[in-house]
Design a protein around this ligand. Structure first.
Ligand code: ZN
Length: 249
């Protein structure tokens, strides 16, 4: 039986005959969420409420990734506010039982590829989620170079919503996804599959490409392997045939 998401004439019949169909990610495989916003920027709830909601879902961890200062429409965090949030999360973790709140940020990738907050602040975090929110119209070469430069930052961990598409609202920006995936593999970095229904970005083809690149690095444990089975509550992963050991939020 070939799961519906795999019926795309991309070799699935052959794979089924050989007993090589991938094991698809399931909701119960999810152990946490790595991209959440609190009401400090454009989320609606406090960090404590988010942590309790995540615990109620059976998650082991949840991370707080509020926007950085460049995203002024969301009242993005500057150095001082982010450091205050980091200390508040430390105090909260000391009180909470059964769930860990991870300290993070959704740091803006600026037009020239620098990150929007200094390394001295980023190093205080458990990891970073890095994203483009301005300058979508650049050429493929310029956009790719911008992202690759950001990935050279030693504190870059995850590229959020990697092509920027908003379904029925905005086309993906033009990047050389294979080069970005290659760079991520070399550096032990991760591309997000954003589970928001209007994003689902990477899409199914991107997920499949990412899986192919990840499988080429099997001999070297990377953060992709470490972040196993994390929130990827999206059909795109199943559609892209990424197995449950390859998914991240
Ligand atoms: Zn974003």
């Amino acid at each position: 039986m070939i799961p519906a998401e795999l019926r795309e004439d991309r070799g699935e019949i052959d794979a089924a005959r050989r007993g090589k169909l991938p094991k698809l990610v399931r909701l119960e495989d999810l152990r946490g969420d790595l991209h959440c916003h609190s009401r400090a920027t454009d989320g609606r709830d406090t960090i404590e409420a988010m942590a309790k909601a995540a615990a109620a879902r059976g998650y082991e961890y949840v991370s707080i990734n509020d926007h950085s200062r460049h995203v002024t429409v969301a009242h993005g965090l500057d150095r001082k506010r982010l450091l205050a949030q980091v200390r508040a999360i430390d105090r909260l973790n000391a009180r909470l039982d059964g769930i860990t709140v991870l300290k993070s940020v959704e740091v803006d990738i600026l037009e020239d590829g620098r990150l929007d907050l200094p390394d001295g602040v980023l190093k205080e975090l458990d990891f970073t989620v890095c994203a483009i929110h301005y300058g979508f119209g650049y050429s493929r070469a310029r956009q790719t170079a911008r992202i690759l430069r950001a990935m050279d930052n030693p504190y870059f961990s995850i590229l959020a919503h990697p092509t920027g598409r908003l379904i029925n609202a905005r086309e993906a920006y033009d990047i050389d996804l294979e080069r970005v995936l290659e760079a991520a593999r070399e550096r032990g970095q991760v591309l997000e599959l954003n589970a928001q229904p209007d994003r689902l970005d990477l899409d199914d083809r991107g997920c499949r490409l990412a899986k192919e690149w990840a499988s080429r690095s099997r001999s070297r444990p990377t953060r992709t392997e470490r972040l196993t089975s994390i929130s990827c509550a999206s059909a795109s992963t199943r559609h892209g045939a990424a197995g449950s050991n390859r998914a991240t939020s």
